[in-house]
Structure formats: structure tokens, C-alpha cells
Design a protein around this ligand. Sequence first.
Ligand SMILES: Cc1cc2nc3c(=O)[nH]c(=O)nc-3n(C[C@H](O)[C@H](O)[C@H](O)COP(=O)(O)OP(=O)(O)OC[C@H]3O[C@@H](n4cnc5c(N)ncnc54)[C@H](O)[C@@H]3O)c2cc1C
Length: 317
Amino acid sequence: MDFEDNAQEAAFRAEVRAWLDQNAKPRARREAGDPLDERYDASAMQRAREWQKIKAEKGYARVTWPKGMGGIGGTPMQSIIFGQEESKYDVPAGSPFAIGLGMCIPTVMTYCGDEVKQRYVKPAVEGSEIWCQLFSEPAGGSDVAALKTRAVKDGDTWTINGSKIWTTGAQFSDYGLLLTRTDPNVPKHKGLTMFHLSMKAPGVDVRPIKQASGASGFNEIFFTDVKIPDSQRVGEVGQGWQVALTTLMHERLAVGGGQGGGLDVPQLLQLARSLELEDGPAIKNAAVREKIADWYVRSAGLKYTTLRTMTALSRGQ
Ligand SMILES: Cc1cc2nc3c(=O)[nH]c(=O)nc-3n(C[C@H](O)[C@H](O)[C@H](O)COP(=O)(O)OP(=O)(O)OC[C@H]3O[C@@H](n4cnc5c(N)ncnc54)[C@H](O)[C@@H]3O)c2cc1C
């Protein structure tokens, strides 16, 4: 594992810091919590959109994407460096754009023609349009290819019926990437087709799921006779599984290329010191101490796994 920046990485980090100093204020401490919940009210969403637009103008919204598309044509390592530095500033934490830019739009860029790309990439990268990923179903969670949402073609129009679940951020999404079953008579991986659609289309019903925390990060979506033109197909008919794998490969990098080690130890210790249990302060309680130690070890494991990934990326692997 290599903990140090090489010369180019150090130069890029300095460049990013200088830009962040000009455009944002340093953060006092990192906020914890689920970024994609109902706390994304109108004003928080507005703030997130404004910050996204500022980044897109500089090419920092998607560092690895080409110039003119919200990026600078940078390396994955530069993208990670930007994320590390950005997390030290008081800018919207997490991002309602992560799924669209991390997974849906890269899939659209891989499979769709220029006209579609011209229409959707820029508004997504600038934060004016949000996307969600419509794969999981009550009957097809881990086994995505078992999904049942049907798409039936008549002329140039597909009719969609079925439901999805666990769709992150659908309640504020404009568009979705939708995996459907178009042929139930072939082996399950061969009968799937991908589409993109407007989440405001007639027949699309989005219902937020209330979590035990009180937040709503996920949704159930019901499709009743939703009409989609064939021009909104992503990839060939019956090739939906291959298209879905493209999305999931991007998801791996979007999720796994993060910061790692999300546990804020000083903040946690402070909480344990200030919290009184029946037998005294929580910090003195053996079970609490054991739990904190366990979290610390897990967090360190995550942090060094991420650093190992970063070392590999830095070496061009
Ligand atoms: C934070 C988060 C965000 C998500 N966002 C989205 C989203 O935006 N869009 C979307 O489409 N989905 C999303 N999902 C859903 C996710 O991708 C999975 O589809 C879902 O979590 C797994 O499906 P399930 O809940 O039906 O579990 P199940 O598939 O029922 O699995 C339950 C348990 O059984 C185990 N299991 C399943 N099959 C087998 C087997 N054959 N052998 C042994 N063990 C098995 C699993 O490992 C698991 O422990 C999200 C999930 C999370 C946690």
C-alpha cells in the first residue's frame, strides 16, 4: 500500500484545494447520516443543485468525464482526490446525483446514440435533472434477473406493468433506468430489456418507504400501463442483462471508490462520554467500550481496503 501522492497527484490535490478555498468554506466536522432522505427538502436540494452546477462549470462534477461534459478527462485517482478534498469543505454532503451520474448516465453514454446523450448528459451533470435505478423488485432482489415487470410491444410503443422496490431517491427523480422482462419464454437472463423513462410519465406511482429511522431513502414504484416509445430503449431487445451489468460495474466503482473508514472516532467517544447510563457514563461501560473497539477495527479494515484500491488505481491497475 502506498499512502503518499505521487508528484502529479500532489499537484492536482493542490489545484483542487486552491479552487475549493475560493468556492467553499472548510467544514468544522463531518456530518453523519443518510444523504438521500427526506432531509433533502426544497432548500437543501437547491443548495445541492447550485454546488453541482459550480463543479460542472469547472469540470469537477465528474472528473473522469470528457471536457465539455462536466469533466476534465481526469484519471480515477484524480476523481478520488477531488472527493477527499471536497469532503473537508462545507458543501452539500452526499449527493442526490450520485446514482444518476455514477450508474445511469454512464450506461446511457455507453448504449445510446448522440441525440439521447446530447439531451440527457448535461442536465444530469449540472444537477438540474436527477436519475434513479429501477432494478430491484419484491421477487427479484439479489436475483435481479428473476424480475417480473413486463414490457409488451405494440407497434413502436412498449406498455409497462409491474413494480420495483428499494429505489433510492425516486421521490425526487426526473428520470429512471428501468430493467424489464420482454420475453418470459426464454431463460431468465435472455428475456430482459432496458429502457429510460420519465418518472413523471402517466401510470408511474412513486411511494416513499418510511424507515425505522423516520427517513425515506427508498421507494416502491408501481407501473400501470405506462407507455414508452421504442426510442427510449437502452441496448437491444433481450440484451437487458448485459446493459444491467454495465450499470452494476459502474456502481462498484461509484460505491467502492469512496472515502472508506466512515467512523468519526472523536465524535463517537465524545458521545459516549456525554451519555449517562444507569450505572454511570457510557464510556465506562464494558459493553459500550467493546462495541466502540469493534467499530473501530471494522472501520480501519474498510479504510485500508479503500487505500489498497486507491494504490492499485494510482499505479494504473
Ligand atoms: C443502500 C441501498 C440502496 C439501494 N438502492 C437501490 C436502487 O436504487 N435501485 C434498486 O434497484 N435497488 C436498490 N437496492 C436494492 C439492492 O440492490 C438489492 O436488490 C436488495 O437489497 C437485495 O434484495 P432483497 O432485499 O430482496 O434481498 P433478498 O434477495 O431476499 O436477500 C435476502 C438475503 O438472502 C441472501 N440470499 C439471496 N439469494 C441467495 C441465494 N441464492 N443463496 C444464498 N443466500 C441468498 C442474501 O444474501 C440476503 O442476505 C438498494 C439496497 C441498499 C441496501
